[in-house]
Design a protein around this ligand. Structure first.
Ligand code: NAP
Length: 252
């Protein structure tokens, strides 16, 4: 059994997840670097340092999810914080295609159901699968918490405002997957309220990563801040919130 608190970050081999992992190790936690490709997870963990450990975890693969939970139990004996960060934005955007051009191919009237299913499989069902697998471990740890990495683009309130500049790219694929993740966050927070396990959603802001072809404006250090802040809030922190740095509420 680990003395230090143990945190699992899904999709931590690159991007914002990797930075969250680095920051939490710097705060003295043991970090499990979730990675669907074990070698890339191992390389990331090595880069972070001895308190980071690679954990093979493909959130769309039930066998991988179950094996990861078993390994956490057997090798670390506890799980204090679960950060659900893994996500994809699409599977079929053409190289060099602009976000606006891609959005035109993913309207409700013409979106590929296969594309929508593929993205929701990772961003929505994958999150629920990992939640169900890791919850028994979290329940054994007093003060456990869950952080779901969502996005402001999933806000129904924001997208319902005709003055919002980016509402034309609100599509059933990635943006609506984050809306569904927000719904899951609220459902999880309600379920776990009686047990004192906190569940919150955060948005990194538009961050320079592989997810958007490095078109973002924020650094990964900036993108990771809110997830790290919320992960470290402790037992008296709130539940069922949706925020961006620093603790600015995003409307659902
Ligand atoms: P990223 O650099 O593309 O990282 C995404 C991570 O998720 C990668 O490690 C990827 O693994 C992993 N992943 C994808 N599918 C997976 C699966 N089936 N199982 C396990 N891991 C999987 O993107 P990012 O920008 O850091 O994204 C991190 C989070 O921030 C996501 O939830 C994203 O929606 C959210 N977000 C990002 C932005 C932004 O502007 N970047 C804005 C708002 C919200 P591989 O390396 O194997 O592909």
């Amino acid at each position: 059994m680990q003395d230090k608190p143990v945190v699992l970050v899904t999709g931590a081999n690159q991007g914002i997840g990797l930075q969250i992992a680095k920051d939490l190790v710097a705060h003295g936690l043991t970090v499990l670097v979730g990675s669907r490709n074990l070698e890339r997870g191992e390389a990331a963990a090595k880069q972070i340092g001895p308190d980071a450990h690679a954990l093979q975890l493909d959130v769309t693969d039930q066998v991988s999810v179950a094996a990861a939970a078993q390994r956490v139990r057997n090798e670390f004996g506890r799980l204090d914080i679960l950060i659900q960060n893994a996500a994809i934005s699409n599977t079929n955007k053409l190289p060099g295609q602009s976000v606006e051009a891609y959005a035109k191919t993913t309207r409700p009237s013409n979106v590929s159901l296969d594309e929508m299913r593929a993205v929701w499989e990772t961003n929505v069902f994958g999150v629920l699968a990992v939640y169900q697998a890791m919850l028994p471990l979290l329940r054994e740890t007093p003060g456990a918490r869950i952080v779901n990495v969502s996005s402001g683009v999933g806000s129904l309130t924001t997208n319902s405002n005709p003055a919002f500049a980016y509402r034309s790219i609100f599509s059933p694929v990635y943006p609506a997957s984050k809306t569904a993740l927000n719904a899951l966050t609220v459902a999880m927070a309600i379920e776990l309220e009686p047990e004192g396990i906190k569940v919150n959603a955060v948005s990194p802001g538009f961050t320079k990563t592989n997810l958007n072809g490095y078109a973002g404006t924020e650094t990964v250090e900036e993108g990771a801040r809110e997830a790290v802040r919320v992960a470290l809030l402790g037992r008296d922190g709130p539940t069922g919130t949706f925020t961006r740095w620093e603790n600015a509420t995003i409307p659902w």
